[in-house]
Each structure stands twice: as C-alpha cells, then as structure tokens.
Design a binder for this molecule. Structure first.
Ligand code: PRT
Length: 105
C-alpha cells in the first residue's frame, strides 16, 4: 500500500469522473500490453470483478483505521475500478446519474 499525499488537490467530482470515464473509454483502442485499463477491459471478466471486491475491502480496512488519507486513496482505486466496470458492461455515467437522480427525494 502506498498512499501518496503530495500533489493531491481538491477538484470538481463531475468533471473528474467525466474526464476519467472518457480516458477509460479511449483505452478500448489501446494495447493491453501497454495499458492496465485496456487489460481490465479485455481480460477474463473475473480479473476485473475480483479487483472491485479487493478495492472495496481496502476501503473498509482504511475506514477501520480511521486513516483519512488512506480512505481517500483506496476510494480512488475503488472508483477507478468501478468506472472501468461500467465501461466494460456499457453503463454510461449519464445512466448512472439518472439512476441516482431517480432516487432523490
Ligand atoms: N485512476 C487510475 C488508477 N487508479 C488505480 N489504478 C491502478 O490500479 C491498480 C490497483 O491495484 P492494487 O490495489 O493491487 O495496486 P497498488 O495500489 O499497488 O496496491 P495497494 O497499494 O492498493 O495495495 C494499480 O495498478 C494502479 O496503478 C489506476 N490505473 C489507471 N488510472 C487512470 O486510468 C488512466 C489510464 O491508465 P492506463 O491503465 O495506464 O492506460 C490513467 O491515466 C489514470 O487516469
């Protein structure tokens, strides 16, 4: 585990998710030898699905430690892998927004 804190600045979550999702989408054209994302998009699906469980567990452990920087770091890993999962299975961010908006009371 290597939590990096240098150069981490607050950002706009909407813009960041859209930019990252676009990068991930673009990796469909990349070589799996050169891109981890391209590998996750093309490898056997269990490789990606296992990462979701692993990263979720790491978030849980960081929360148990009440370690703010570590929680942020592991949440970043989890959200990245979730975005790769959405890309792989064809669920767009707009659809996700629709799903969440529909629940708002
Ligand atoms: N945001 C990410 C991102 N977050 C996490 N990861 C990778 O996800 C993996 C996490 O797995 P692990 O938790 O096992 O790795 P780890 O962090 O070494 O292990 P721990 O410290 O968590 O124990 C690492 O290989 C990270 O590099 C990411 N890989 C890519 N991206 C984004 O995806 C873009 C495309 O990257 P390529 O995959 O290189 O094309 C990049 O420009 C980034 O914006």
């Amino acid at each position: 585990m290597g939590v990096r804190t240098a150069n981490v600045q607050d950002g706009n979550i909407g813009e960041t998710l859209e930019s990252l999702a676009a990068t991930i989408h673009g990796r469909r054209e990349s070589s799996p030898e050169k891109s981890y994302t391209a590998r996750l998009l093309t490898d056997v699906e269990d490789e990606l699905l296992k990462k979701i469980a692993e990263e979720a567990s790491e978030v849980i452990m960081a929360c148990k430690d009440k370690d703010h920087d570590h929680i942020r770091y592991e949440a970043g890993d989890l959200v990245y892998h979730l975005l790769v999962t959405l890309e792989r299975y064809g669920v767009t961010l707009d659809e996700l927004a629709g799903e969440l908006n529909a629940r708002m009371k």
